[in-house]
Design a protein around this ligand. Structure first.
Ligand code: 5GP
Length: 185
């Protein structure tokens, strides 16, 4: 991909920084779960690129699962309502489960999913997020692995979307505000 997309105000995290950090997270997770196996649970759709790279940076017996939720509709604001659109295919009971998320903003999505999976009695349940906007939190969630802390701005790229676009940008950038300021949910 050449240059910066014209809808991007500025790049916050380059693709090189992302690669470096994903490798570090993979090494840390490999170390922490030594001798164990792991079920990575991708929260669709936003985490699909991150999880694909993270899985390849983890050197453990590993399985992958996918769960799809809908929380924002087409808005850039959290509605607080989380719906499961597609549930996991795997059993969680007795497994080491690592939830992989793209971004934690209000915390509502992740705390809902963590609660749901805790109820299925995993051996361990940990949370890994590519990015975190801690200043936006409405619900506290214990994050075990975090790629980047971001300012309170609407970002896209590397899996993160606006209206399902921009997921394919190889970097994380701030979307020009005029593109979403007047959008309705
Ligand atoms: P939360 O429930 O923590 O408020 O929101 C989590 C979900 O909201 C994320 O999985 C993501 O889909 C979406 N989200 C929150 N902040 C942003 C953002 O800055 N950019 C994009 N593209 N999505 C966001």
């Amino acid at each position: 991909m050449n240059g910066i997309h014209p809808d991007i105000d500025r790049v916050l995290i380059s693709s090189e920084e992302i690669s470096r950090r994903v490798a570090e997270l993979g090494a840390q997770i490999t170390h922490d779960f030594q001798g164990e196996d792991l079920l990575l649970v991708c929260i669709l759709k936003g985490a699909f690129l991150f999880m694909a790279d993270l899985a390849r940076a983890i050197d453990l017996p590993l399985q992958t699962g996918f769960i799809a939720v809908s929380s924002y509709g087409h808005s850039t604001q959290s509605s607080g309502v989380v719906r499961i659109m597609k549930d996991l295919d795997q059993e969680v009971e007795g497994r080491n489960v690592l939830i992989v998320e793209d971004i934690v903003d209000t915390g509502l999505t992740l705390s809902y999913i963590a609660g749901l999976l805790t109820g299925r009695h995993p051996k361990t349940l940990k949370l890994c997020t590519l990015s975190n906007k801690p200043q936006c939190r409405k619900k506290d969630v214990p994050i075990d692995y975090c790629g980047f802390v971001l300012p309170d701005e609407f970002v896209v790229g590397y899996g993160l979307d606006f209206r399902d676009f921009y997921r394919n940008l190889p970097y994380i950038g701030v979307l020009k505000p005029h593109l979403y300021k007047d959008s309705t949910p």
